[in-house]
Write a protein that binds this ligand. Sequence first.
Ligand code: F6P
Length: 559
Amino acid sequence: MPHPTIDQREAWQALAAHAREMRSTHLSELFAGALHRHAAFTRQAAGLTLDLSKQRWRDETLERLLDLAREAEVPEAIRGLLAGERVNRSEDRPALHTALRLPPEASLVVEGEDLVPSVHKTLERMATMVERFHAGQWRGATGRAIRDVVNLGVGGSDLGPLMVTHALADYRPQGVHTIEVHFASTMDGSQLADYLARLNPETTLFVLSSKSFTTIDTLSNARTAQDWLMGRLMGDNREEGVDAELVMRQHFIGVSASPEKMNEWGIAEDHQLAFWEWVGGRYSLWGAIGLPIALMVGMPHFRELLAGAHAMDRHFSEAPLVDNLPVLLALAGIWNVNFLDIRAHSILPYDGRLEFFAAYLEQLEMESNGKSVTHDGRGVGYSTCPVLWGQLGPNAQHAFYQLLHQGTQAVECDFIAPLLRYDEVEDSATRAHLKSQHRLALANCFAQSRVLMLGDEAIEDDGPRPAHKRYRGNQPSSTLLLDRLTPATLGSLIALYEHKVFVQARIWDINPFDQWGVELGKKIAGETQRILEHQADIADMDDSTRGLIEAVWAAERNA
Ligand code: F6P
C-alpha cells in the first residue's frame, strides 16, 4: 500500500476545512481592530525583515500550516539537505550549494570526504585569477591588459551572475585595473553581436560558463566569439607572431563540471575552473560560475555575499519553524496556491539594483518546482509551483498593476526594498534628492501593498464611485525589507528563496533539483534545425511546423 500523499494527510485536510472559512474572509476584516498583526506576523534574520501580515491568514492558519510542515518532515529534510544526503533522487546526487558558502574552518564530510577544503581551493583559484585581472596582469595575445570580460552562458550559468553583478555595481573595488563585465546568453547571437561590434579583441576575454558544456546556446556563442578573435587577432597581427594557441590561452576561461569537454574545446587547463555535479545550475552562482561577480566586485565582496548566504543557511538550520523565514515564506505560498487557489506570483523589487532579481527567481522557482510527479513517480493531485514573474515595482506600476488592482486574477506579490540607501553619496544636495527619491519608492511600495490588501477601504472616502473606479483588494502580499542592499544581505536574500523553494518541494513531495522537462527541449530543436537546413525530411513534422518551416524557406528564396 503506497504511503498517503500529502493531500491525504490530516494536516492538509484540516487546512482544507479551514480554507472554506478563510476564502470568504477579506484582508480588511483580518486587519480590522488588529493592533498587533504586523508584529505577530513579522520575523527578522540575517539582515532581512519579513512582514507576512498582509497574507490572507490568521494565527490558526499558521498553526495548521506548521502542522503540515511537520507532517512533511521539513526539519528532517532541512538536515538532510545541509548534510549532503542524495536529495536529488532522480539524478542520485546531493544538492550542496550550501557547501559552497561554508567558512574555511567548517567541515562537511559527505560519503567519507570533507568537501570544505576543495570548496576553498576553488575560491583561492578564483582569487588568484581575479588578482591577475585587477592588477592588469591578465594580458591578451598582443600583450595588452584585458579590460572587457564577456560571460557566455545561459540559465543558471547567466541569470545568477547577471543579477548579482547588477545589484552590487556600487561595490566595485577602487584603485584596481577596471574590468567591465558583460553577459551574452541568447542563442540568436543578439547580445554577442552587439559586443563584437564595439569591443576591442586585443583586450577582450570570454568566460565559457556551462555546467554541462553541451548547451547549444553557449557553444554557438562561443564558436562565434572564437572566430571573431581569431579573425581579428590573427588576421591583423599575423606578422607579430600571434598564434591560435596563444589566443585560445589568453582570451578564454572555462567554467564547467566537465573538464574533459573544456579540454576538447581548447581551454587551457590552468584557465579552467571546475565544479561539482552536486551543484545545480540555478544554485551555482556561489562558486566558479560566480567568477564574473568576483571580477566585478572583487573577492572580498564575493566572500561577503557567501557569508550572507551562510548566515541564512544557519538561520534555516537552527530557527524553529515558527520563526524560520524560508519556512514561513514557503508556507504562505502553499496556503495561497493549494488552499486559496492563487496560482500567480509576482516579484516586485522597489530598488533598481534588483532589476534582474525577478528573472533570476523565474528560473530558481519554476525550473525547480514546475513539476507534477512525486518522488515515487505518482502524478500530483494538487497544484505545485505558481506562474511567477516580476518587474521593478515602480515600473510595474506603469505596466501590469492594473491587472493586480482591477483584474480577475488573484495574485500573491512579494515586495522587496532596502530600508536605507544613498548615505555614501558625497554631494549633500544630490544625496538629499536621492534619499528623497528612495523614500518616494518606499512610499509607493507600502501604499501599493496597502491598496492591494484593503481595496476601496484604503482610499479616502470621497463619495460613491462608479464600478470602474472601485478596488477589490484582498490580494495577499509579503514585504521583505533589507537593512541595506549589501553583498551580505543580497546573499541572505537569495538563500532565503533557495530554501523557500526547497521547503515547498518537500511539502509537494517533488524534486526541486532536476529539470528533465528542459533537457528534452535542448534535444528536439536539433531535429527541427536539421530540417530547416535541408538535412532531414520535413514529412515527419506536424502541419504547423511544416508550414512555419516552409515560410522560412520561401522568405530565403525571395530574399
Ligand atoms: O534550462 C536547462 C538548463 O540545464 C539549466 O538548468 C541550466 O542552468 C542551463 O540549462 C544551462 O546549462 P549549462 O550550465 O549546462 O550550460
